[in-house]
Unconditional design. Sequence first.
Lengths: 323, 228
Amino acid sequence: MIELVNVSARAGTQRANGVTLRLDAGLHALVGHPEDGPLPLLATIAGAMKPRKGTTTLDGHATFAADARKTIGYVPRDPKLPLSLTVHETLKLAWTIRGLALPQPKAALEQVGCVHLADRMIDTLSRAERRSVSLAEAMGAGVRLLCVAEPLSDIEGAARVRDVFRACVARGSTVVVATASLRDAEALGAALHMFDKGTFVRTMHAADEWALGERPAFRLFAPDARAVATLLADHEDVRAVALDESGSLLRVSGHDWDKLASTIASAVAQSRVSIQSLAPESASITAVHAALAGDAQRASRVALERAQRPQEPPHNPGEGSTT
Amino acid sequence: MTTLFWPTLSRVKAPRAWLAALFWLVLALVVAVLPLLTHKTRNVDHTVLGFFSVAVLPLLSYAIVGVSIGTRRSLLDAVIPLLRFGAPPLKSACATLVVATASAAAVCFTLGVLVVLVAGGRVADAWTTGWISGLGASAYAALFTWGAAYGAKGAGRSFLLGVDWIFGSTSGAFGAVFPRAHIRNLLGGTPAAELSSRASSATLVLLTLVFGLCACLAARRAARFSLS
């Protein structure tokens, strides 16, 4: 379990202030714009940065300690790896420092789809490739805590990342990601911890549609999407279909991302319509914050109204009743 | 602990990293052989005490520290790749320091011997110059590694090179804090703070240890708050 108690962290203009949060085993996403502070907070969780205030612990031990870092895998935006070693040598170095019986480097690289990088020098790799190597190293080490910044962006083999995280969670580890993309966080199936201007706002789940909007949902552009709309309208995997007046913009919502995507693809193939684009629809972080702020205002208003209502005397059926 | 040496050793083994050091090596040998070729005379003292000890020894040690840590990088940058996997900061910095110091000592010992032999000196003198060069280079390497713990991209290394050049050239007590003064004393020049040769040798060993310790502690302090 990861526990943050009144943690403040800063990296340049990115700040997190007074965050108190508990993260149990599973997949968690710290969601917010860069200035909202999810990245420096992730760095403190990963033990790469000491909090300016407060404490960050993993099972009771401070994460910013050399011993704790041996059980933590961290994939920042720009990982610093030993430039003069090959990928293979780097993985062996890392696992030796972590005190592990050396697993097979190629098996770890295979998990993230980067076996072809095994004999490359680190200083010849792109940033995306270095991030993949960092992820492979963490997976090979079987870390208890895996922290990844922007997990679906600028990383080689992004398509496998979700499977990698599921494997991690399945063996009891905790995965914490930081992202400015609500869509990426939802695609991973993570618990969403929303941040706004450096402050933790709320933890949300996929069921919180009142703030996140009806999801999953896709938007499809085609010269004439009516045929696709007709095929999807009564399908069991589709919750709702909405076509605009021009007939070219189709919005489809369902119950499961994978099934919905597959259903739409089948309908497009069956209708033989040429589509211009198909993309998942996601609420913006700003819209979610607005919904949360609106909800907070409503809650305050309701509490104020209740406080201002005159107190009614308690009803006692024994007095004055004429039954 | 031996694992912590891998990254620094791999940097030191890379041939392309030695281009700057090669320049000073070649220059030192050319300067050593020139009096023989032009004037047909031997001038070992001038060669060794002059160009080699004043310029080549510190600059070659500076270049070797640059090779060990990595071009335009600070000491913390060199050890972060180890720290992120849980290596202790003090031991990681110590590993980098040991490789830098040993490399500088070995290369400068060899060059000191070659310079004297090429300049026409005796074998005994070559051996003496060799160990003085090795000892001086190890003190320089520790000093510059400490400097590399400060400033953007280890700019403190250049600062200390300049400070050694200015203050180490004096013969007062303050000059005795810098390797330059003791190397000059050991090679037959003006003694620093009127110290004997034996005292200068011991001081060079002490300076190596003190500068080295300062380098490791500086790296540990730099890693206290962030590994980025």
